[in-house]
Design a protein around this ligand. Sequence first.
Ligand SMILES: [Zn+2]
Length: 347
Amino acid sequence: MFYDENENRKSISLVSIIVIILASLLVVGTILFDVQIRWVYVDKLAKSNQEVIVAQEENNKENNKENKKEEIKTQENKKEEKNENKSTQQTEKQEQQPTQKKEENDTKKQEQSTTQNQTQIPVVAPTQPATQPINPAPAEKNYGKIFLTFDDGPSNSTTGRLLDILKKYNVKATFFVTGNGSDELIKREYNEGHSIGLHTYSHSYKTVYASEEAFFNDLNKVDQRVYNAIGVHPKITRFPGGASNTVSKFNPGIMTRLAKQLKDKGYKYWDWNISSGDAGDTKDPDKIFENVTSQVSRDKRNIVLMHDIHEYTVNTIERIIIWAKENNYEFCRIEENMDPVHHRIAN
Ligand SMILES: [Zn+2]
């Protein structure tokens, strides 16, 4: 019994120990399981939270983007409204645009440019009045130019030498020719680049100013002569004695009538604004030089009257050319499309 009791106690305590161990294991296992579940849960929770946060951030980003876009659109609309009437700020605007997707930019630019093109039309209107020329001809167009004109030739004794001098300095001039001299000299004048004008054939005041018919018969005679020589009908003329002559007063009003009829027939008559004085006032080359150089000016077209039939005139011409070139004047010939210089008609 005693033994049995002893044995019984032993088995009871053994069972108790086993139970305690099992219970402990259970408790520990439960705790571990719980912790593991918590870890997994927390991990998942954290992940999902993170996802939520990321999603929220993305949402926020998207929202911000949208907000920004809205702001930009609003700003641009305001700009467009402000700039509706300004034409020069397109480049500025493009530089101010924030960087966005290219497609959006392109579309907006197109829209912008379309809008601007539509609204700019009234602004592009010319700033200058229509009556004001865009490029007005410079006032100094005719400044510094000398037009040498030689009347009454050609002369077989002097015109050839004059042409040599003009050629030496590459100076172009104008010859108002008559029935004098050889056709060869008129050919040479023309071929060397000078202008040919008509001065009447006879140069006789009594003949040419006797009547309009007489004048044009004489003019046609020299025209035919020139045409035979060079194949050209000149349209520039000069009256013997000029349009202001009073030697024609034996036929009252003839100069007025001739001036009108010349114009009607398509001619332009040329007078002069500088006289060399070689028609009778002087035969002194120094005086001729002084007469010309003292009257030449940059304020006008310098139309110089000379006569190539005089030895003393030809003797002066080289000095005049050298003086003019030293003073930066340019020599020109009269062209048929130029507006002529006219004297006041006195008869
Ligand atoms: Zn003359």
